[in-house]
Design a protein around this ligand. Structure first.
Ligand code: F6P
Length: 327
């Protein structure tokens, strides 16, 4: 039988995402509700290895649900990928009597947790937090909705000036090697073309359609490119297009880290609160080494080792919609 969890640690790891604070709040308050001691671990696994940990109270998480970033700070910790780093982390937890961990992060952070939980008797529960939405087993990850809405707001503004000048705009959005931010923000802003790593792009088709538009004296065209696209991002796409459309005015905008910040949307606050609550419930019920995801608006507990990158899951219907609505 699994040992009873009495003292838990919570950390945020990898790239931050809006809504992580709401998740921390939910973990702390649910833990306290169950009579657990809750400890905040600073800078992800790095702070764990360095014993940068402090006890949290209900008030430690007051007034943070609306804030982007993470009050616990975050890091991508190389040391934790190595056995000595994980051993050090275990010793710190043992010394402090922490016997359960909640990890808020993406698939890289979960991979670290899998190794850790195989080596040591510390139950871990993950919460899917990344703007990229690239975790297999969850329809949503914390921060994705905010990132998409931030991209939409920026693209809408660019569209105004694009339209005023009859220009072609190529806008690059984040997502690492996943195209979800590009696909969602591109559809929602009426992009004529959306380039994502999950689908092969026929640049010839794009060039031909732009040349045809040029002949009709219609040159407004919005292209949203995922940073992980095979063409290597917006600058590369611009080069190819400009060579083939020498008269066209083509501009590039790379939205960058603006997509990672800002106040989380209602959806992100809600899923973060639900996931945080369920993560603690998992630890209490002895459902260990899983992460909390959402499928069809219901909570699911998926083994951490299954949290691989979710690349193939792009709907054909959505791709068809992009094509039809752009014509
Ligand atoms: O994983 C989140 C993310 O923002 C990706 O979309 C992006 O590729 C990467 O992190 C950027 O990382 P960094 O903040 O280290 O530059």
């Amino acid at each position: 039988m699994a040992k009873k969890v009495t003292k838990i640690g919570v950390l945020t790891s990898g790239g931050d995402s809006p809504g992580m604070n709401a998740a921390i709040r939910a973990v702390v308050r649910t833990g306290l509700y169950h009579g657990l001691e809750v400890h905040g671990i600073m800078r992800g696994y790095q702070g764990l290895i360095e014993d940068d940990i402090s006890k949290m109270e209900g008030r430690s998480v007051a007034n943070i649900i609306q804030r982007g970033g993470t009050i616990l700070k975050t890091a991508r910790c190389k040391e934790f990928y190595e056995a000595p780093g994980r051993k050090r982390a275990y010793e710190v937890l043992k010394k402090r009597g922490i016997n359960g961990l909640v990890i808020i992060g993406g698939d890289g952070s979960f991979r670290g947790a899998v190794k850790f939980s195989q080596e040591f008797d510390i139950p871990c529960v993950g919460i899917a937090g990344t703007i990229d939405k690239d975790i297999h087993g969850s329809d949503y990850t914390i921060g994705f909705d905010t990132a998409v809405n931030t991209a939409i707001g920026a693209i809408d503004k660019i569209r105004d000036t694009m339209d005023a000048h009859d220009r072609i705009f190529i806008i690059e959005v984040m997502g690492r090697d996943a195209g979800y931010i590009a696909l969602h923000s591109g559809i929602a802003t009426g992009a004529e073309n959306i380039l994502i790593p999950e689908r092969k792009t026929n640049m010839n088709d794009i060039i031909l359609s732009l040349q045809e538009k040029e002949r009709r004296k219609k040159l407004v065209n919005l292209i949203v490119v995922a940073e992980g696209d095979e063409f290597g991002g917006a600058n590369e796409v611009q080069k190819v297009l400009q060579e083939n459309l020498p008269k066209a005015e083509i501009r590039v905008a790379i939205l960058g880290h603006i997509q990672r910040g800002g106040s989380p949307t209602g959806i992100d606050r809600l899923i973060a609160s639900r996931m945080g609550y369920h993560a603690v419930e998992c630890l209490m019920e002895g459902r260990h080494n899983v992460f909390v995801g959402i499928l069809n608006n219901r909570m699911h507990y998926i083994p951490l080792e299954k949290a691989v990158k979710n690349k193939a899951n792009i709907s054909e219907e959505w791709m068809k919609i992009v094509k039809i609505l752009a014509s």
